[in-house]
Design a protein around this ligand. Structure first.
Ligand code: 48F
Length: 257
C-alpha cells in the first residue's frame, strides 16, 4: 500500500539533504544553458563542489529551439569532440559542419552533468550576489514563482568561492555587480561593453576567449561572455557555447589548485 505521507516526507528530506549539501560551494553556476551545463560537467568531473541555479522550470536555455524553432543545432569541427564526450549523436552536413538534434543535445548535456555530480536547482532565480572585500562571495537566491508573483519575501544565501555567470545574452549577474559592487569590471571600459550584431565566425571564437574572470571571483561563460567583453552574437551554431563552458571550468580548476 502506498503511503502518501512517506512520499511527501521522502521528497522533503531528499531535497533538504541536497540543498544543504550545496550551501557552501567551490563554484555556483547561474543559468542552465549549454555553456553553464558544460562548465558544470567538467567541474563536477574534477570533484569540484559545484551547483547550478536556473530560474526556469526547464534546463537548457536557448538550445531547445535550435534555430528559429527548427530543433536542430549546428556544431563546427572544433566543438565536435564535446559532442563525443557527451555521447550526443550527430551527422556530418558538409566538411566541418555537424548537426545534432537539439532535444537530444540538451538532454545529454543535462544527464551527463548531473551524473558527473553537478547539483541542479531549477525554479530558482539569482537576484543578487554576496560580496566581501576580495570580490564576489556567493549568491542571493529566491524561488522564481516568488519573483514572478512579486511577493515581498526575503531570499536566502549560498556561499561560493567562485560564481559563473552563464545567464546568456543579458549577463544578469555581471549586470547586478556593475550596478551594486565596488570597483570596475575587467573589461576595456570597466563596464559591460555590450553585445554586437551577428557574425558567427568572430562570435564563436570570442565567446571562448571571453570566457574568463570579469570581476574578482566572478567568471562569465557563453553568450554572457560576449555581452560583457563586447563581441558578436553567433546564432544557432553551438561549438563556441560548449567550448566556452569547458574553458571557464578549466580556468577555475587551475585557480582552485
Ligand atoms: O541563454 P542560454 O542558453 O545561455 P548560453 O549558455 O547559450 C546561449 C545560446 O543558447 C544561444 C546562442 C547560441 O548561439 O546565442 O542564445 O550562453 O541560457 C541562459 C540561462 O540562464 C537562465 C535562463 O533562464 C537560461 O536558461 N538565467 C538567466 N538569468 C538568470 C537565470 C538568473 N538571474 N537566475 C537563474 N537563471
Amino acid at each position: 500500500m502506498l503511503d502518501e505521507l512517506i512520499i511527501t516526507r521522502a521528497i522533503i528530506d531528499r531535497f533538504i539533504e541536497k540543498f544543504k549539501s550545496c550551501l557552501d560551494l567551490d563554484v555556483a553556476i547561474v543559468g542552465g544553458g549549454p555553456a553553464g551545463l558544460v562548465a558544470g560537467y567538467y567541474l563536477a568531473k574534477n570533484n569540484i563542489r559545484v551547483a547550478m541555479f536556473e530560474k526556469k522550470l526547464s534546463i537548457g536555455g536557448g538550445m531547445w529551439g535550435g534555430g528559429m524553432m527548427f530543433n536542430e543545432i549546428v556544431v563546427q569541427e572544433d566543438g565536435r569532440f564535446i559532442l563525443d564526450e557527451f555521447n550526443i549523436n550527430y551527422s556530418r552536413y558538409e566538411d566541418g559542419y555537424y548537426t545534432a538534434d537539439s532535444i537530444e543535445s540538451v538532454s545529454a548535456l543535462t544527464n551527463s552533468s548531473v551524473r558527473a555530480g553537478l547539483k541542479i536547482f531549477n525554479c530558482v532565480s539569482v537576484e543578487d550576489v554576496a560580496v566581501r572585500e576580495d570580490g564576489v562571495a556567493g549568491l542571493v537566491i529566491q524561488w522564481s514563482p516568488v519573483e514572478m508573483a512579486k511577493l515581498h519575501v526575503d531570499p536566502l544565501v549560498i556561499k561560493s568561492k567562485f560564481v559563473i555567470d552563464a545567464t546568456g545574452h543579458d549577463s544578469n549577474i555581471v549586470e547586478i555587480v556593475q550596478k551594486k559592487c565596488e570597483g570596475k569590471l575587467f573589461t576595456k571600459t570597466g563596464n559591460i561593453v555590450g553585445e554586437r550584431s551577428l557574425w558567427a565566425e568572430v562570435g564563436e571564437k570570442t565567446t571562448v576567449d571571453n570566457s574568463k574572470e570579469a570581476y574578482p571571483n566572478l567568471y562569465v561563460a557563453g553568450m554572457a561572455a560576449n555581452n560583457v567583453f563586447g563581441s558578436n552574437r553567433m546564432g544557432p551554431v553551438f561549438g563556441g557555447m560548449l567550448l566556452s563552458g569547458k574553458k571557464v571550468a578549466e580556468d577555475i580548476i587551475n585557480k582552485l589548485k
